[in-house]
Design a protein. Sequence first.
Length: 138
Amino acid sequence: MLKYKSHIRLFDGIPQLLGNLKMNGYKLGIVTSKTRNEYTTDFAAPFALSDYFSTVICMEDTPRPKPAHEPLLAYLNVSNINADDAIYIGDTIYDSRCAQNAGIDFGLAAWGNAGPQKISANYIFKSPMDILFFAVGK
């Protein structure tokens, strides 16, 4: 990450998506296989998006990382959210398996993903704005 740090950018529409979701009362969180230090240096500090997320579960917060179900269940527990009311959005097969193992719907963030057709998902989002259209339609 450090080697390419100056080249890494957010996908278009991400800040607007997060702002709209938060403004509409959605609880947003992050479940990552990064350590807390990696999360801070690779994501939180450079992109200044931390204010959108009420809960962040990192690798060291549970006994087993993704694709095990523990990180997502920890998020639900800390956030006081029922699994039936949640959707986990990610871009890897490990995210898909984690959601499946936790009994949570999975939304595939297919933008920028070279092989999304091989990842099992309840929903496929082709752009960040697709997530907003999904949320508003619920």
